[in-house]
Write a protein that binds this ligand. Sequence first.
Ligand code: BGC
Length: 372
Amino acid sequence: MKKRAVLSLIAAGAMVASLAACSSDSGGESGSGDGALIGVAMPTKSSERWIADGKAVKKALEDQGYKVDLQYAEDDIPTQVNQIENMITKGAEALIIASIDGTTLTNILQDAADAEIPVIAYDRLLMDTENVDYYATFDNKLVGNQQGWSVLHGLGLTELDGTPIEGAPAGPFNIELFAGSLDDNNAFFFFDGAMEVLQPFIDNGTLVVGSGQTTIEQAATLRWDGETAQSRMEDLLTANYSDDTKVNAVLSPYDGISRGIIGALTDAGYTKGDAWPVISGQDAEIDSVKAINEDEQYATIFKDTRELAKKAATMAIAALNGDEVEVNDESTYNNNVKDVPSYLLQPETVVKDNIKEALIDTGYWTEKEVNG
Ligand code: BGC
């Protein structure tokens, strides 16, 4: 009897130990990551979207039992290089990187390759290197098309998908053009995509770029910075719209830039409801969603960062385990060295009418956040 009781105690103890081992192994719902470390490098916390991206990537990896080193570089390139270097030193087994300047990480990516660490470019393509394995992003040219179409729609020229509207006004409408940061490959996709749909209207005189600044170099905004955009918009207004001529539309590639543009317009005496221009955007940042709801900004492009985060995490885990990585585009994203196999998600245009359906019903923002 005594002996049997001791044995069953030992058995119970072993069971508890093996259960404990089990749960610490899995580290999450369905995880099998065995606690391996994955480094996640994000550009900046100054924009809401990257904060949401970072959180969502971390959660997706932790749910699968991985440890995560998540770092933000506050748009400082040497800081991002150091952070990635530290991740490699700490033994990261995969890297997910949203770069500040896609061309500046070639040396550190060579170190990652030497250590056989797979690298996933997150939303921004890593340029000039063979040492990027996969790219998780959205259909960026479509984002640009949608930005152009949203401007045309706001002016009553087309439907939101670019379909011409019969009996549309002949214009001419004055427009100014903004682009993103030239060290971010996406800036070219957005601008080219937008110009593809705007150019025919410029060519036939329906749209007039008052300043004549139509190249991406002239329209660019270093680091996508809202204040930089605000001061360029102020200069454009002073130089080209100081008489009775009004600007009727502004192509903006990102919500933070749109807010800078709105600031410049307000300072120059434009008032909502009275010849207020049509302004595009991107990222569905909450302040801009509110601005759309209040008729200050016309549209934004919603890119569901929750989906992108899940996709990038799945790609990193598959790559790290030597499993097949699912991609759906192998020819669009050339980084000057190779075509990077990519997974593209679909962006969606949001205007006042579909804020509820696109952003609230999907749980991206709550009704209170939008209306509060
Ligand atoms: C992203 C955009 C974002 C921009 C500024 C781009 O690389 O694709 O979603 O608006 O960076 O952060």
